[in-house]
Design a protein around this ligand. Sequence first.
Ligand code: C5P
Length: 271
Amino acid sequence: MAIEVFAPAKINLTLHVTGQRPDGYHLLESLVVFADIGDQLRVSKSDAMQITVDGPFAQGVPFDQRNLCWRAAELFGETVSIHLTKNLPHAAGIGGGSSDAAAVLNAMEKLFHRPCPSATLSLGADVPVCQRGRATLMSGIGETLAETNIRPLDAILVNPRVDVPTPQVFKNLTTKNNPAMTQMLAPDQNQALWQWLADQRNDLQAPAITVQPVIAEVLATLASLYPKITRMSGSGATCFALFESRAQRDAAAQTLKQRNPDWWVEATTLA
Ligand code: C5P
């Protein structure tokens, strides 16, 4: 029996870095949502671990212990065969590896009829939130997760096809004690939601731009398309723009694809 699972792109609508622990890990506050685009996985029981990869971003994806999917299966404590169709860019701030690992854990729960171990944070700070796969307020270093409600948002995701290593971005972050996220008071009211989002930040955006200056160009290009909000996700380089309507989003995506044919551009709904 094989289980098919979807590993959606993870988007940090906000990402505040509010401190640093003695062990070096940073304290975060983030509103995390998920896209309707992502990787696709097929997981089945097997006598030995095996990973095969295809898809537009297959190149460079490891198919051994270096792959987070492999380590997720080891943490679960069973051997499986995993086929991964890699549709999302990697080292891109949209949770690629974490979402894949979370999808493997979710599939293994069904395959082996038992819950996965609770220590999944050890795989990566984004793995627990990706296991939930729905809008979440995340804090701590990624282990504290709270339910939140946000209406579906029409978005464009753009990656200029450059890898950004997360540790390097954190290393370039000069101020560790940034202001916390403010409370989202009326997420069901359009104007209040846009204003609240505009008042929040991604504190990793500036340090990521120092690692890959093209991110600034992506943000400026998105801002010229009349979105409500433009921001980077995670530690980059993927940026998103949110639009008032699906028609505006689709027109903007069309324009972007024509202007920047080398960039990865996807229209999506975030929820
Ligand atoms: O957990 P993950 O593999 O995503 O983290 C990659 C790197 O990002 C860590 O090794 C660490 O340098 C940095 N990080 C951090 N604080 C966090 C999450 C990640 O400093 N809360």
